[in-house]
Design a protein around this ligand. Sequence first.
Ligand SMILES: [Zn+2]
Length: 73
Amino acid sequence: MAGQIPQRFIDDLLGRVDVVEVVGERVQLKKAGRNYSGLCPFHQEKTPSFTVSADKQFYHCFGCGANGMHYAS
Ligand SMILES: [Zn+2]
C-alpha cells in the first residue's frame, strides 16, 4: 500500500533505539549501578523513584507503579 511503512522497518528501528536514550530525552537520568534512575515523567515527585534498566529495556516507577517494556509498543 502506498505510504505505508513496512512493519519490518519499524521493528528494525525500534530494535536500534535504546530505552535509556528515549526516556533520557524527557527525563534526566542518573546512572545507578546497572540501571538508571530519575524523576518520574508520569507523576510529580521530588525524589527519583523512576528506574530504567538498559539490560532489560524496561522502566518502572516505584512511586506510581508505571512500568513497561520498550519493545512492547
Ligand atoms: Zn511515577
